[in-house]
Design a protein around this ligand. Structure first.
Ligand SMILES: NC(=O)c1ccc[n+]([C@@H]2O[C@H](COP(=O)([O-])OP(=O)(O)OC[C@H]3O[C@@H](n4cnc5c(N)ncnc54)[C@H](OP(=O)(O)O)[C@@H]3O)[C@@H](O)[C@H]2O)c1
Length: 248
């Protein structure tokens, strides 16, 4: 039975760990061709090699999403190698929580550059191809923090609210081109994300929270697969999920 995933060319940013890696593995197992971007090239290359050894099609490209030229290169490489791009999964992100009064300017700049500009660069790289194809699917990763703001999480939450606003703006603009748009907002999922926190006390608290509540990354992969696998005339625009035990 066709899953509407098999044969699709899917570009994933932040595919070197966590949610991106889990999505790459699951979508590849469902028969997709995956094109993997991240700054840690050896990780995405190793993953691509593993998938190829298992009989799948995969490609890796060193990509820093804060550089729009590198994101364009990732997407163009997918189209040159496999003839098209069916799905752009804008997943790369970081979460260096800290209270505003601690003035962690560098952390904030990086968060905005990766979580907002990175998504915009992904959209910019994929849209021209999808417009020409008159088909495609852009999936952006927000968060429960795109719905709720917590102490020490204001900047991260601001970027994830922005991702939801951008996704809705994109949705209403791309109707003429037959492009689907989905924003996925996960709760706590066990990944390397808490390691991006640079303030020791905040890091300790968030790690404790994740150790108690986080669910496996495959929960995200299943949400991505659900959105992609719908018939072409069904556009799943929003998915919000949490660990069952997570109250926040
Ligand atoms: N885990 C959760 O609980 C959770 C909940 C809600 C939302 N999210 C969102 O899910 C997404 C993935 O995070 P994760 O949980 O899987 O964390 P993760 O394990 O830390 O993965 C983050 C990924 O983003 C990539 N990345 C970071 N900066 C980058 C840059 N400048 N250019 C390219 N790639 C970059 C990393 O790759 P390199 O370091 O190799 O570049 C890595 O592959 C993020 O957008 C995050 O905000 C996660």
């Amino acid at each position: 039975m066709s899953t509407n995933i098999e044969g699709k060319v899917i570009v994933i940013t932040g595919a070197s760990s966590g949610l991106g890696e889990a999505a790459a593995r699951a979508l590849s197992a469902d028969g997709a061709t995956v094109v993997l971007g991240a700054r840690r090239f050896e990780r995405v290359q190793t993953l691509a090699n593993e998938l190829i050894a298992g009989g799948r099609r995969a490609l890796a490209c060193k990509t820093d999403v804060t550089d729009h030229k590198q994101v364009k290169k990732l997407v163009d490489m997918a189209v040159e190698s496999f003839g098209r791009i069916d799905v752009m999964l804008n997943n790369a992100g970081l979460m260096p929580h800290s209270p505003l009064e601690r003035l962690k300017i560098d952390d904030r700049d990086r968060t905005i550059d990766v979580n907002i500009k990175g998504v915009l660069y992904g959209i910019a790289a994929a849209l021209p191809h999808m417009k020409e194809q008159k088909s495609g699917h852009i999936i952006n990763v927000s968060s429960v923090a795109g719905h709720k703001v917590t102490p020490a999480g204001a900047v991260y939450a601001a970027t994830k609210h922005a991702v939801r606003a951008l996704s809705e703006g994109l949705r209403v603009e791309v109707k003429p081109y037959n492009i689907r748009t989905t924003v996925i907002s996960p709760g706590a999922v066990a990944t390397e994300l808490p390691d991006s926190i640079t303030e020791p006390d905040i890091s300790l608290g968030i790690h404790k929270f994740y150790d108690s509540y986080a669910i496996p990354a495959n929960a995200f992969a299943r949400a991505v697969a659900f959105a992609i696998s719908q018939p072409d005339d069904v556009d799943v625009n929003e998915i919000l999920f949490r660990p069952t035990r997570q109250e926040l």
